[in-house]
Design a protein around this ligand. Structure first.
Ligand code: ZN
Length: 318
């Protein structure tokens, strides 16, 4: 085995490009972050973005074998086709990065990268078919089958936040009406909490405060989580109908509320499945890797890429 590959198997470079910050790190084969750097995300320019990512990577290593780059946007092959957070459309990011970095770059969506990390090192290591439901300010989804990310023909698969759960319902940011995002997201949870408190003071209770309030038995907080769980249970029952995943990982800022969130989702998912005559369902687990999941997953994808390339190169030529 070539020396460079042997060392790369041990350490890989992953980058997580978020709306405000870029996190780049060297990650070992056990998913532990050895070194990391953080820089601000330039928004609206693919050139400036590629400069910033390459600059962050160069602080870690001169010659990466490959770099996994997770972005807050839709990805199709070497192109980030759409990102509201980064204010870019059809950004040829891999071309721009490979002009600046002495190594191959692999681009993927950040939620997909987080699922790769959970599947490799987190709470979903034993399952073959894993769906991740990310509930933060908005709602996201990712799906791995037999170790392979299922991203769809155009990189648009698993957009559970934009499934219609209430035809003609609330206007969604995507342009549609009645998307799950409008009823099952952190924004919706805050709305429910305010409504149950019967006050409109404009403050946005965050999940931790609400989780604390729910743990203290505050009726408004318990009711808010229950209502959120009802919509997410409905959405997840549709996910089960379509994909029948073995495990569903609950991730995102709202999921960090813990038991109160998880039990509400489980209760309503089970009730909805029962109504539909479905007597099986996924195991629900919590995400374990937190804010570093995107970077760790991106590094793991880079490591896998190099490993596969090496195996392919070793195949005897007929
Ligand atoms: Zn929508």
């Amino acid at each position: 085995m070539p020396e460079a590959t042997a060392s790369f198997d041990h350490q890989a470079v992953g980058v997580d490009v978020g709306g405000t910050k870029i996190l780049a790190g060297i990650v070992d084969a056990y998913g532990a972050v050895q070194r990391q750097v953080r820089v601000a995300t330039p928004v609206g320019s693919v050139t400036a973005l590629a400069d910033a990512v390459a600059g962050a990577v160069s602080q870690l290593t001169d010659r990466p074998s490959a770099v996994g780059v997770a972005v807050a946007g839709r990805v199709s092959g070497r192109v980030m086709t759409q990102s509201a957070n980064l204010n870019l459309v059809d950004a040829h990011l891999v071309d721009a990065l490979e002009a600046r970095i002495a190594g191959e770059c692999i681009l993927l969506n950040d939620a997909d990268a987080a699922l790769v990390a959970e599947h490799a090192f987190g709470n979903a290591t034993t399952a073959d078919d894993v769906f991740m439901l990310t509930v933060g300010t908005g709602i996201g989804g990712s799906h791995i089958v037999a170790g392979r990310l299922m991203t769809g023909a155009h990189g648009g698969a698993n957009e559970v936040g934009h499934m219609t759960v209430k035809p003609g319902g609330r206007q969604c940011g995507c342009g549609g009406l009645g998307c799950l995002d409008q009823y099952g997201s952190g924004r919706a949870l805050a709305r429910y909490a305010r409504s149950f408190r019967r006050r409109e003071d404009g403050s946005e209770p965050i999940a931790h405060d609400l989780a604390h309030a729910a743990a203290s038995g505050e009726p408004y907080a318990l009711a808010a989580f229950d209502k959120l769980g009802r919509w997410l249970g409905l959405g997840l029952a549709d996910v089960v109908a379509l994909l029948d995943p073995e495990v569903v990982v609950l991730a995102g800022g709202v999921a960090t509320a813990g038991d109160v969130f998880e039990s509400a989702v489980r209760r309503h998912l089970n009730a909805e499945l029962s109504v539909r005559g479905v007597h099986y369902g996924p195991e629900l687990v919590r995400a374990r890797l937190g804010n570093e999941a995107g970077m760790v997953g991106a590094a793991e994808v880079a490591r896998e890429h190099v490993r596969n390339m090496t195996v392919a190169q070793r195949e005897p030529v007929a």
